[in-house]
Design a protein around this ligand. Sequence first.
Ligand SMILES: [Zn+2]
Length: 761
Amino acid sequence: MSESPHENANEMEMDFNSKTNLTEPKQEGRRWTSREKCLGFVLFFCAVAVVLLVLILVLGVYGLVHIFPSSLTSQTTLPPRAASLYCMTQECIKSADAILSNINVSVDPCEDFFRFSCDGWLKKNPIPDSQSSWNNFNLFDKKIKSKNKEILQKPSERNSSESFERKVKLLYLSCMDTNAIDRVGAKPLLEAISKAGGWKTIGTWDQSNWSLRDSVTTLLYDYFVQSFVGISMKADDKSPDVNIIMINQKRLGMRDREYYFENETESKFIKGYKTYMTTLAELLGATKENATDFANEVFDFERELANISFPSDAPENLDPSLRYNKITVEDLHSLLPQINWTQILATIDVEVDRRTAVIVFNKEYMTKLSALIDRTDSSILSQYLVWALVQKHAVTLSKEFEKARDEFRRTFYGAGPKERWEKCVTYVGNMMGDGLSSLYIRKHFSKESKEEIIDMIKDILQVYEERIDQLTFMDDPTKKNAKAKLEAIQYKKIGFPDFMLNDTHMDLRYRQYEIKCSDCHFQNKIDAFRGARAYQQEEFKKPVDKEKWFLKPIDVNAYYSSKHNEMVFLAGILQPPFYAPYFTRAMKYASIGMIVGHEITHAFDKRGSQYDKDGKLQNWWTNESRKAYEEATECFSTYFSKYEVSGFQVNGELTVTENTADTVGLRVGYAAYKTWVSRNGPEKMLPGVNRTPEELFFIANSALWCGHTRLERLKLSILSSVHAPLAVRGQGPASQTQGFAETYKCGLGSPMTPAKICKIF
Ligand SMILES: [Zn+2]
């Protein structure tokens, strides 16, 4: 359901968070008005007063009130003994406030650590109607979008025809001009349907003049619609400096194949999907009867496609060596001759010919697809292709189409409509993400935290190295290679790339984007896709660009790239609750320290461990070590499969790389914190919290995952996401960490201290 010109952009990267999210900006560099300053002081003193009040109450409850004289209520200083135990700086008070307002002391942390750490957050932050999930990531996403809205509404400061700023803003304005959009109605899409060969449902299809090959090619060439297969450009797994075309199965209309096998008369998802198709067909001029036939025919064909598609947890999806099938375009023609491969692959490689090498994820899918196309009536195939076109572009049309989409979203994700501005900011972020980020970071980000993050990365790498030394399942030759890989991990991309501050560079980046008017939404969208294609074609012939960032800096995310052997921390995740300069050390290591550990682990997880230090898909393990490693990984799969959230069972196999990364990230984050303590002495307690810094470490980590997810969204996530649900991320990794057991002393066999700990790093 993405409108991004790079539909599979993140597929080969292991990102920290499932969704691409945006974050709250820093305030540095922005001028405060006197009114804001005044309000700020009032709020700050209110906060201090509230914290002190809570402090007195809590300490009272724990019988510790003797530390503070009763006259403290009107003071902000403490007697010497208290001062030596508690940290009373503004930073600590702020940190204490954040923790106190999240936890629920009436929940037993040994039973449900997620609820213990998050109940307060969940009460404080009810899920808005328009959201299918609501957590720290979404919350910052929304905030950053509001700020982006302000930026996009302001007239462009640079107005030449080359100005990327002007193009980004025109893209937004045209999306917001609903009057102009309503005036043209369905016309742009009807023209596209006609150009792609006509449509049986509205009586414009002429079978004798229709060709599957031409229709598939026109859809891709003129309307950027992929059908039957997904095509993308990536670095070659075995020659990571060279780009190569990759061909995968096409994502289905209902996102995951499992929806297609539900009981048709009972499934609200199937009913909702068919209603969506019928409504759009009627809006495009079909009679009710024809529209219903259209929906049924397309659905039945898509179910056949679902049948031959491999599931999310299939080995082809999870194991890079299994999907590395390098063949030529000539071979492709033999596998699936119904498509003109040379023509459609030229959308990526302009010089493609029959000898060009490509990677096919699953050859069996191609063979089965060919057989399916052969046995399907051409009228059905044409219906399917029109639906692919309508599904991609109907959202760009008038308000009736938008409403139909909103209703489908309600059924599928359980959430109500988002406001128009929010949809348009998201759209601009998808189409011109670097451009929007560039405008945003100039206003709202600074680079001041970078040094501290680098120090923490070094700490965590050190812990990792020691852990590799101690591993019992890895023999010496493998350890040597593992350490070489660890040492080669790059981490210079922190925050945002400098080129985003350079107008000339940014103008060049978008020079092929012909965005010209503020009242031509459909045309602008096509032109933005055309620009993205031209940019991609240019990139394809060059050596793989090592300076490229795979996600936008304004995303609340981090990622590890196996092919670059590199971890990247986006500016969006260097914000509270993930990081703030005022956090205590325990909080810093529990959040950003764990995230660093998480990303390093991707270099050694089930998938990443198949790539060597130079990013090549190449074995560096001895057989014995690999076997022992596979068994250790299996333990994680089995352990996390036991979790059930709102009746949905976690798929341990699908989520194994992320669960391993979360767990090992937490373990090394904790070890690095303990090393810091041994070097610097114990941290002081936070006022009013009455928890040791070690306890706080685990609370702060779990609190990262506080959040609600609607059941509909949860279902999709369970089926297709490599990340486990929030409640599992908020307690599963802690339950697998020795330091948690030592800190909380839960009884062995309790939910948070299972008898079996999976041994790996
Ligand atoms: Zn990850």
